[in-house]
Write a protein that binds this ligand. Sequence first.
Ligand SMILES: [Zn+2]
Ligand SMILES: [Zn+2]
Length: 142
Amino acid sequence: MEELTPTAQTEEVNVCNTCASEFFVHTSKMKNICPECAHLIYNHKRCFHKFENERCSKCYWNGKTSAYALKLKQKALKKQKNARINVLIGIIFTAISLIQSLSGLLFGGISYWGLFGLLIFIPFLMRSIQYKKQLDKEYNIL
Ligand SMILES: [Zn+2]
Ligand SMILES: [Zn+2]
């Protein structure tokens, strides 16, 4: 058994059944799961940890994420990364199509490739931005 800090003696402490860290019961929405795991797995409000002596002084979490929670976090980060790449692709191709259309007009014609590109990549860009926003809201890991 680890020695508890003075604050831990005045707070009700429970052990997280996912990462096995002790945590202050009142800081988590879930009785047997610490705020960190509850955030990663169940998307509850996170604790913005403040580490003192290798423990968060707010929720008493020990900073050791379980393999399961870590895997979920990595998956979430990967999804967010892919979403960001899609937005970037959307921006680049929309810009190229726009330039094509404009230069088409400049030379007195209509660039069908440019218009075709705009028709495809503007909706693609909109969808990508929306998806990215949705992910950011969902995971709230920034
Ligand atoms: Zn935990
Ligand atoms: Zn904390």
